[in-house]
Design a protein around this ligand. Sequence first.
Ligand SMILES: Nc1nc2c(ncn2[C@@H]2O[C@H](COP(=O)(O)OP(=O)(O)OP(=O)(O)O)[C@@H](O)[C@H]2O)c(=O)[nH]1
Length: 650
Amino acid sequence: MRVLAIGLGGAGSRVVDQLYDHDQRSRVYCMSAVAIDIDPNSLLQLRHLPNPARIFFPRVDIVDHAHVTDVIDIEEVMTRLQSMDTMEIDAILLCCGLGGSVIDIAPLIIAEIRKSYVEPIFALAILPCLEEGKRVSAKAADDLDALQGLVDAVILFDNETWSQKIKAAAAAAGTENTSVMGQLRQIPAGSDPRTHYNMLNERIARQIGLLLRAGEFNESGLDVAEVVLDAGEVLNTLKGNGFVAVGYATERLPTGWLNIFHRRQSLKDFIQGSQEKAARIISLAKKAVYEDVSVPCDLTSADKALVLIAGPSAELSMKGFQTVRKWIDRSIAGLEMRSGDYPVKSTSFVGIIIVLSGLTNIPRVEEIRDIRTEYQLECEEERLRGEEEARLREEEEALAAGAVSEVPDDAGVPGFASPLESAYLEEIGYMAEPTTPEKDEMISLPGSGGSDRKRRDDTIVMLPKAEKKQDDGVVALPPKPGGKEIDLTGSASVTSSVPAPKNSTFGLKGIAIEKTGPKDDAVTYSTSLKSVQRPKDGSLSADASTLERGMQRPKEGVFTGDHVTLGQGMQRPKDSLFEEAGLHMREGAPLPKDGSLGQIGRGLARPGPHPKEVDPSRGKLEVIDAAARQKNRDEEKRSDDDTDGGITWL
Ligand SMILES: Nc1nc2c(ncn2[C@@H]2O[C@H](COP(=O)(O)OP(=O)(O)OP(=O)(O)O)[C@@H](O)[C@H]2O)c(=O)[nH]1
């Protein structure tokens, strides 16, 4: 596949430089390359790219740290690209390090390239190491999201994974080669950043370079492939706006006289040899997918795959190749599976490339996205903390300034007065009333508090006020053992719909009306009995007694000897109520229930509906009651008011 490779920033430039070197060394010459950077040193240190391919934009505004998009001139970039030989390219490859600053220009460049080129654009994106910090990882996540929406595929390479591998390999080599020569030959641990990056870039160039060269060949170096993989198939595997991982594993072939001797063995050895070759291809494929992959990923989340084996044609086992194809084909989620071989004459290595495209499960991508979320939260916290500190500082400054200028002004503030002054102020009514806790004024029991506790109704236990911090007007029946406290305040009345409590509930310790006075020794107790009627003593002692709806008038005996004040919630029936009722009766209104009378005259009525008394005359005839008539006569004697002479109850 012929590509135009564009390196952005330090990482992109170095990777393109290395790819270009591999392309030149393989003599395939399928790559045109440029490097764009704002760091002159980075461009100068490139080893392989020709000078015209290095595009440098000097950072003019160094002090103000101008944004990279202001420094890099897109038109200039496009002019340089169009001056290159790009007539036969199959794709454009944008190489960049995520989390850097120059990558910010990528969206603008991609937009311009799309205007001039129809070829697909792929990005080779390098994920940063964790040790570079949360800010870099967070920026990398942003860059990745931006790139993904703009290019045809994002080929990922994870610096973190490969840095760990390089360090582990160096450490292993160090422990194995303890001799002086061994230590001299040992793999550099990559403590020097430049060496470390060179090792990473070498890895990238091998993986991606071989993929780019698939389908391209030079006259001398390549045999004829059995399964030819052309550039179009590589492109179609990559395309799809998804993430791509490239697995690449190689093995050195046995060389020397011993190997030649082996090859001249019997048929048995030949069969054994072919099995070895097949097994080598299979083990290389596993290594490519699980170990030497550009970014660790979930194979089963891939949408497409491509398998390419490379090496001397005699070593490329078709049996092993088919087995690998089947394995990958069955493993990936999608159905698109391509494969081919790439026979190379002059090499002592067998290699395999497995491209997994349209990946959805890449743990490292998830990780940098999580880091971004964390980082954003931290930034937000930091910002809020800064704002809070600034606000506190301002307040302190304002207070300090105010303390100097503020003149104490207590003319309008009532302070502590001398006893004489207090007496005068009290007289003129200025002094505030001594603060008394808010009381419910509905019922005042002057004789029931303080020292006169014995006079309290023994059936009512006044709960100590100390437990209540504020009078909330709640009248509560104490719960049965294991039961729930019943709040009666909210209910209109004690009705028959409420299950009748057991007799024991109304025992001496049974009923509790919370004392609403602020102190134990307060004379006044108040409570909100707005909708709760205290049952008559007699009713409570009776078995299965029930309080009936509509019971409004408390029995006077409840507060024996006490002064009772009825508030708004307690509508004390007028004495003349029954006379009024009588008047209504005369007009043919329905007769009052017996219960109504019972409430007044005999205490609590039985539960359940009471049948109405049938007026036999249906309002037309008067019902004569001798006793009532006598009572009326008495009343007439007492006053001249002629109220209700016509109605008498039987
Ligand atoms: N594989 C590899 N990764 C690199 C290399 N140089 C940098 N990186 C990674 O790429 C990321 C971006 O770095 P650069 O490309 O140098 O940044 P830049 O865009 O030039 O801009 P600055 O942030 O100003 O340096 C870094 O955080 C590294 O993780 C390199 O040579 N090889």
